[in-house]
Design a protein around this ligand. Sequence first.
Ligand SMILES: Cc1ncc(COP(=O)(O)O)c(C=O)c1O
Length: 397
Amino acid sequence: MGLLRRRQSPAVARNDRKFVGRTEPPHGLQVVAAKGSRVRDVRGRTFIDFQMGWCVGNLGWNPPEILSRVQAFKGPCYVAPSDTYEPWSELAHRLTKIAPGNLERAYRCVGGSEAVELALQLAISFTGRHKLISLEDAYHGNTIGARNVGSRDVDVRLPGMKKLAQPLDEQALSRLERLLAPRDVAALIMEPIAMNLNVLIPDTAFMRRLVELCHRYGTLMIADEVACGFGRTGKLFASEHYVLEPDLMCVAKALGGGVAPIASTLATAEIADKIQDSDYEFYSTFGWMPLATEAALATLDVWESRGDEILDNTAERSNQLRRNLEAIFPDAELHVMGVAIALELGDEERVQQIERRCRDRGLIVVPEEDALMMLPACTIDERTVHEALGILESAAR
Ligand SMILES: Cc1ncc(COP(=O)(O)O)c(C=O)c1O
């Protein structure tokens, strides 16, 4: 509470407590403005943001090219899901063009959990199977289906959920084969590079075998790119690191450029065609609202016109961060892929202490049990990273 009182105006804190539904008290700032890699709080202090909404603000906050498009938007505020709307076809077409593999249809969703839920349902409907496999301790969202393939507390346990524990090695592949062999598993879902498992980076040989096993036993592969998509890991999609061709892929978060909520589940034509001919029905009332669609189209325009430059910057900042973090925290285990960074300190109290000191000195990092997560924007500049590293160095002492 002390922390809350210092950072929030008392009335806002009181009303938040009284009216805003939460499962834990707020521990962040009272944000009043954001631009690029910085946020400003109600007291006028600015902070470098190494959280970026957990992979929402990959292009920085309030990106002018996207914001101006949304502000100038003159189209309809709403179109019913059963109608057609030209920007929907454009967005769907463009998503399928940039997606890995043979994903040829894009379904309209609002957020990541919905996109994951839909992918699971499509897999179950397409295969006629009911079992699902995911990585142990993964996170895939907050619906009952997503919580069941995730490993957080869930009150409703669905049957047929199987978990693959780390390490992701030969033995894990043997366990996976035993799970798949009865041919009753609809899908395996994973983040190709797992933001929610402290930036877990499976090796290429493991991923190749995993895909082969899925193919052999008729199990669909779902790539959850909700957090790792759109440049976060140094490629547009994390699947590209493995030349992965998923059967279904979920995108959300950074698709809206940090300006609007929008998400999609992408599917192969084979899956989408069979689903269309089946009894399975899906629509989402607010899926791809026109304003959100405009934000996503503007986001794709940024990636199309400046994608190479942004990914070059991501690689440079990634090296800068890795080099310096190795020097500042020589005893920590560091996982870095693009601007997805987990610093495993192995000590929860020390993580909390460093996070608090960073915040007091103007840097937001994310404590995750015994690790510090850092998720800066792909567009962050060298000087801002340098400044953040200075704060981290002083906080580590
Ligand atoms: C990998 C992954 N999948 C799905 C989700 C759920 O997305 P949303 O919070 O938009 O429902 C998240 C959210 O953090 C996520 O990290």
